[in-house]
Structures are given as structure tokens and as C-alpha cells.
Write a protein that binds this ligand. Structure first.
Ligand SMILES: [Zn+2]
Length: 473
């Protein structure tokens, strides 16, 4: 096979004229920030302000930049496989590392201290940064953030599954005859990584601040389900009334306009416990999913929408929903604009006989739609994978892979999510059975001997360690 058709990142093409400059620059930049790292170790009374000021005096790098990149290296140090990948290939620059850092720190504080979270994230990022197509375009900021969010959700789901093990599949449950006194090993938290309950939080927080010039600023913090509905209502009212989102929100609150909120959520129906996605919020928490599912008034079959066709120029709601779910963002390489803010482009123009159907359409933001219309770039679409092959006037090309929940990569990830949850549940069930057996053993070894166990109430021994006696039944 021609080497050019092996999976590879377009930015790592060794034959590219810019390649040696890029590699040298990224390596030097990285080494420089690594060199600054010891300065950031607070070895004396100096606080962060003093440390960053000293660094500023010697280098001219402002405090926010120092903080951003040293935090990024701190996080990278918790991801040893990603660190090796960075140092061996120079695929990612300091800004990418800062994006990963910022996304990773969005995890709840319980996860920040959990080695399992970091090792899962490390493995997931390695998968994300392994190319699957020849000349693949590097994932953008939004794709990186959503990949990290997906890991956070999946580790949270594992913890939830561990706290809720499946019923013992081997026979009747053991009647709970707790021995007197303290019970050893009752809390499997260390092994199960069950999260402590979140601190009680108020329903929401509203800050109102008077600004100069007769303006008032509002900061509103609400739960994700409420926020998703508010944001959808505001965006839809703004679009209907052709006004700004701020004006639309004010008008909605003051009752001067109204809108019917349509909130779209994507969820696999063939995978148990599949996570849900919102086109603006990304992957949703299980709590939000539960709230929004209760409110759902209808479902659209995305498998059917994938091949649906309409004679009209405008997409039908189902085709549009499919395009959002496949593309997620503007498909121009490196653009992060959300698909909900994009145009549905006919690859072959409707006027030239191009059908209005997903296999002939790609979401592009207005800016990049114009570049395509001006014929400065041209694309081919693989309707099966959702890959877009971009061809530019200078003869170069890259492959942009789809990142939405309907794209094959994300579909595979949904399987991973469900499998992790299942595995954790089975491990938790096995652990619970093991503990019950240990308690049983303690009881039979303890004087005075307990009454003989009733047949049919035993808990079978699961995965006995080889060096221990077999179970007594
Ligand atoms: Zn764009």
C-alpha cells in the first residue's frame, strides 16, 4: 500500500516543507515551559504572584500565560502515555495541552483525586490522538473538550454502576445476618470508586451587578437541564424574531415574546444506559438526561433520517437533526463553530440536481460556506463514515472526521461507555458476593459455632484466589 494512504495526521507529514520548522518550534516551546517548571515549585514563602512576577521580569511572559502553560504541564504529568506521545511526535502544541488541562479540570473534585480517572483519560486521549485516516485533520478545541467530557461522564457512570450492582446472578440473595460488632470491609469504596454524594447545592445562583453607563449585568447559574432549556428557548426566540440572544432573553422574561422550545437530545436506543448528547451542551449528565427524557414528546429515527431525501431545497427536521448529530460542528478543518449555528451545504448544488439528503450535505458555518461557494476549496463526502475529504486549490488535501454522536467513532465510544458501566457493575456484584462469603467464613470460624447454613442460601465463591482453600460447599 502506498504510504500516503496509511492513517496519519496531516500536520505530521515528513515531506511537508513546513514540517521541520513546526517540529523544532513545538519541541523548543515545550522544553522552555518545562524549564520554567521548577520556578513554579513553591519552595519558600513566595506566593504565585511573586513567582510569576519573577518569571515575567526574566522572560516577559505574562502571569496568565505562565499559569495556563504550567497548569497544562502539571496535567500532562498525570497522563504518562499522552506525555510520551507528545514528546515523541510533537503532535500537540502548548495550546492543545492547555485545552486538555482546562477540560480535565472540569471533572468533579472527587475524580481529580482518583488515579482511575487519570488512567482512563490517558487511554481515551491516546485513542483520540491516534489517526484513523490518511492525512487526518487534527481535532479542534471543541472535539478535544468533548472527548475529555466523555471520559468524565464514563468514569462517573462507572462509579454509579459500582454503587448499584446487579442482583447476584447465582441463586437467592443471602439473608443479611450481620455479625455483632464492627463489620470489616463493609465499605468497598476504595475498590469501587464510589463517589461521595455531591455537596448540597442551592437550586441556582443569580448575581446582579450594576455597571457603569446605566447597564446591569446578570450572571445566572442553574442546573444543566434547566440551563439547556433556557438556552434553547433563547436561541430559538432570537432566531424567530431576528434579534440578539440578549434581547430575546429579556423579552421572554418580560412576557413580550414567546416561543415553543424544541430541545433535541441524541441517545442510542440499541445500547443500555447510553449517554445522551445535546448539540450545544455536548454529552449530558445522567441527571440532565433523566429530566429531559421525561419531557420528551417525540422521537426521530436517525437511522431512517440518514437516507431520507426531500425534493425541497430546505432540509426536513429529521434530515437536519441527522446532520447536526453526525457533524456536530462546522466541517471545515479546524473550525469549532457548532452545527446548530451552521448552514446545511449541498455538496452538489440543488440547482444542479444535488439531492437534499445527508449523503450530499455537510454543515458549514457561513464564513466557510462562502469559501466553498467561491470554489476556493472542494470536498468529497463518504456517506458511510461521515468523513469529509477537503481538496484545496494548491493541491493539498486533508480528511476531516465527524465527531457527532451519530458518527461511527462516537457510536463505538457509546459501546465503550456501556461496557465500562457493565464491567464495573459485575465487579461490584462480585465484590459484594466475596464480602458476603468472608462474613460467612468469619461466622463459621467464630465460637460459638453458628447454626448450620440452610441449603440454597449459600453465596457461591467467585474467582477464588488459587492459594486459598476451596469453599466449603
Ligand atoms: Zn466554519
Amino acid at each position: 500500500m502506498n504510504a500516503v494512504l496509511q492513517p496519519s495526521w496531516a500536520v505530521l507529514d515528513p515531506n511537508d516543507f513546513y514540517h521541520p520548522f513546526r517540529q523544532a518550534r513545538l519541541a523548543q516551546d515545550y522544553e522552555m515551559w518545562r524549564a520554567f517548571q521548577p520556578i513554579a515549585e513553591p519552595t519558600s514563602e513566595q506566593d504565585w504572584t511573586i513567582l510569576t512576577t519573577l518569571l515575567y521580569n526574566r522572560t516577559g511572559f505574562p502571569r496568565h500565560r505562565v499559569t495556563r502553560f504550567l497548569d497544562a504541564l502539571d496535567t500532562l504529568d498525570r497522563l504518562p502515555r499522552l506525555r510520551s506521545l507528545v514528546e515523541e511526535t510533537w503532535l500537540l502544541d502548548m495550546d492543545h495541552l492547555a485545552d486538555i488541562d482546562r477540560a480535565a479540570r472540569r471533572a468533579p473534585v472527587e475524580l481529580q483525586n482518583d488515579d482511575h480517572y487519570w488512567s482512563t483519560l490517558d487511554a481515551d486521549l491516546i485513542e483520540r490522538f491516534t489517526p484513523s485516516r490518511p492525512r487526518q485533520a487534527l481535532p479542534g478545541r471543541r472535539a478535544i473538550r468533548e472527548a475529555v467530557d466523555a471520559t468524565i461522564r464514563s468514569v462517573e457512570a462507572e462509579a454509579a454502576a459500582a454503587g448499584n450492582p446487579e442482583p447476584d446472578p447465582w441463586g437467592a440473595p443471602q439473608p443479611e445476618q450481620e455479625p455483632a460488632g464492627p463489620v470489616p470491609c463493609e465499605d468497598p469504596a476504595a475498590q469501587m470508586r464510589s463517589l461521595p454524594p455531591r455537596e448540597e447545592q442551592p437550586d441556582g445562583i443569580l448575581f446582579i451587578e450594576d455597571l457603569a453607563g446605566g447597564k446591569v449585568r446578570f450572571d445566572l447559574i442553574v442546573d444543566q437541564a434547566t440551563g439547556t432549556q433556557i438556552a434553547d428557548a433563547v436561541a430559538q426566540a432570537a432566531s424567530e424574531k431576528e434579534t440578539t440572544q440578549a434581547r430575546a432573553m429579556a423579552d421572554l422574561i418580560l412576557g413580550q415574546t414567546s416561543t415553543r422550545v424544541t430541545t433535541m437530545v441524541y441517545k442510542a436506543t440499541d445500547v443500555e444506559d447510553a449517554p445522551a448528547y445535546h448539540p450545544d451542551r455536548g454529552i449530558l449528565t445522567p441527571e440532565t438526561t433523566a429530566v429531559l427524557e421525561k419531557l420528551a414528546t417525540g422521537t426521530l429515527d436517525m437511522d431512517a433520517a440518514a437516507t431520507r431525501q426531500t425534493d425541497a431545497y430546505e432540509t426536513s427536521p429529521a434530515i437536519r437533526a441527522y446532520l447536526f448529530g453526525r457533524d456536530w460542528i462546522c466541517r471545515w478543518p479546524g473550525c469549532n463553530r457548532r452545527a446548530t449555528h451552521c448552514d446545511a451545504d449541498h455538496r452538489i448544488n440543488h440547482a444542479d440536481g444535488g439531492p437534499t439528503t445527508a449523503s450530499n450535505m455537510v454543515m458549514l458555518c457561513r464564513h466557510h460556506h462562502n469559501r466553498k461557494t467561491d470554489e476556493q476549496a472542494f470536498y468529497l463526502l463518504d456517506p458511510v463514515t461521515g468523513d469529509v475529504f477537503w481538496l484545496f486549490a494548491d493541491g493539498s488535501w486533508v480528511v476531516d472526521t465527524a465527531i457527532g454522536p451519530l458518527a461511527p467513532r462516537q457510536r463505538r465510544w457509546v459501546q465503550t461507555y456501556a461496557q465500562r458501566r457493565q464491567k464495573q457493575r459485575k465487579r461490584a456484584a462480585a465484590q459484594a458476593a466475596e464480602e458476603r462469603f468472608e462474613r460467612y467464613q468469619e461466622r463459621i470460624n467464630a465460637p460459638p459455632p453458628p447454626p448450620a447454613p440452610q441449603p440454597g442460601t449459600h453465596t457461591p465463591w467467585l474467582n477464588p484466589p488459587p492459594d486459598e482453600d476451596p469453599p466449603p460447599f
